[in-house]
Design a protein around this ligand. Structure first.
Ligand code: ASP
Length: 470
């Protein structure tokens, strides 16, 4: 029995089709029963009349979210009955056969709304129902479409997608690590990657030249704004490039992506303007400037690159009665701008050193960032020395990177995009949870799976873990 996606009924007037889907709503009007039938592709109205006795009696039992098969004839609606709000609004279905495939308990959340009005707790507890909303299924399908475009575009331009480990090593990269206890090595731990940064650089040492990955990243940060413990990056890295080459390649990809997935949107300025960190702070008071000339236009996209960031920022210092401690502003693996390499190697003018870091900003949101890396071991070592790491600490945390750079590492650089953020902006969504299938709640829990959860004694013992209940 062939199935017709509901959206196609708009073009098949006069035909008999088999539809499969969910009862979105049932309304009884006098003797008529109106059912909106929904599948992933759309919704269509079915009208049950008492004269078709068998289908009518069954239809009177239908409730929201029951699953049915409906064989029906597609009829054109009289013009004054058109529904301009849905693509199938010019047709309706005359039922010929109705089969109930599954019943549903009354859903605990309303599904015939866009969902913004429903509390996060119930939406996340019943995410598999929440996702049935056309808005959310559309977000997932757009996200899929965009990732597919990215994969194809990068593959065509010589990039290879390579998976890198999820079980890796804890290193001070900026955020707190999620750690995984090792059963075989008591007292030792893996860490989940904050990003594939080190692996992608090691792939450059390995001669891959052009790498990308739709990569999951994990950061155990306290809830701050619209963040998620795990999120997705488009991560990429290229060998034998300078800053301009990486920016240019990304710009082309972004423009291609917008043109293909959002032809109605307009990019304000191409090439994307480049603005220095200093100028951005002076002019806009932020390093994520919103450059839109018309902020009311939901179809306007103002991309820009922010460049020339300071490499290091000072913590403490004489003003607070202590010694100045330096930390990196973005990424410890970044190279300084070439004219500051001597300063870095000689540990002077630390606060004045500018990095090759570039951030890509869209309508006031940072959607990605990257840099040219230090491909010489002495330069990477110098970064850690500036940060006050002694030899043992450098060796313990980053020995593998410094070692790898000693074997003919090519000059290289890359970037990572926050894919969830990009999709949410393009879809006009207020936060990244709306474009992720199963996000955590604002306080980092999965209410549907009820995690994090406790382990039983046996598991804890195997992992050599004793829980200190405070
Ligand atoms: N690994 C960096 C990050 O996650 C991005 C990059 O420099 O490629 O922010």
């Amino acid at each position: 029995m062939e199935r017709t996606p509901i959206i196609e009924t708009q073009n098949l007037v006069g035909e008999e089709v088999n539809l499969f889907g969910w009862v979105a709503t049932r309304r009884d009007h006098g003797k008529l029963i109106f059912v909106d039938l929904r599948d992933r592709s759309g919704t269509v109205q079915v009208v049950f009349v008492p004269s078709s006795q068998s289908t009518y009696e069954l239809a009177s039992k239908l409730r929201s979210e029951w699953v049915v098969r409906l064989k029906g004839k597609i009829k054109a609606r009289p013009e004054k009955m058109f529904n301009p709000d849905i693509p199938t609004g010019k047709v309706e279905i005359e039922p010929l056969e109705l089969e109930i495939l599954n019943e549903s308990e009354t859903p605990p959340i309303a599904l015939d709304t866009d969902g913004y009005e429903t509390g996060e707790e119930s939406r996340m507890t019943y995410r598999y129902l929440d996702l049935r909303r056309p808005r959310l299924l559309k977000n997932l399908s757009k996200r899929h479409e965009m990732i597919l475009f990215i994969r194809n575009w990068l593959s065509k331009t010589g990039f290879m997608e390579i998976e890198t480990p999820i079980l890796t090593k804890s290193t001070p990269e900026g955020a707190r690590d999620y750690v995984v206890p090792s059963r075989l090595y008591p007292g030792k731990f893996f860490a989940l990657p904050q990003s594939p940064q080190q692996y992608k650089q090691l792939l450059m040492v390995a001669g891959v030249e052009k790498y990308f990955q739709i990569a999951r990243c994990f950061r155990d940060e306290d809830t701050r704004g619209d963040r998620q413990p795990e999120f997705t990056q488009l991560d990429l890295e290229m060998s034998f490039v300078d800053r301009e080459a990486v920016m240019e390649a990304n710009e082309k990809l972004l423009i291609g992506l917008v043109n293909s997935s959002y032809p109605d949107k307009k990019i304000q300025e191409v090439p994307f303007p480049r603005i220095s960190y200093k100028e951005s702070m002076e002019k806009y008071g932020t390093d994520r400037p919103d450059m839109r000339k018309d902020k009311n236009d939901s179809n306007l996209l103002a991309f820009c690159w922010v460049i020339d960031f300071p490499f290091f920022s000072a913590e403490g210092g004489p003003a607070s009665g202590g010694e100045t401690k330096w930390t990196f502003t973005h990424n410890p693996f970044s190279a300084p701008k070439p004219e500051f390499m001597d300063d870095l190697l000689n540990q002077k003018n630390i606060g004045g050193i500018l990095t090759t870091q570039y951030d890509i900003v869209l309508n006031g949101w940072e959607i990605g960032g990257g840099s040219i890396r230090n491909h010489r071991p002495e330069a990477l070592e110098a970064v850690f020395k500036v940060m006050g790491f002694n030899k043992d600490r450098i060796e313990g945390n980053f020995g593998h990177m410094i070692q790898a750079l000693k074997y003919g590492a090519p000059p290289h650089g890359g970037i990572a995009w926050g894919l969830d953020r990009l999709v949410s902006i393009l879809q006009g969504e207020p936060n990244i949870r709306e474009v992720m299938a199963f996000p955590k709640t604002g306080d980092a829990r999965d209410l549907m799976m009820e995690s994090p959860s406790e382990l039983d004694e046996k598991q804890l013992k195997e992992l050599h873990i004793k829980v200190a209940h405070e």
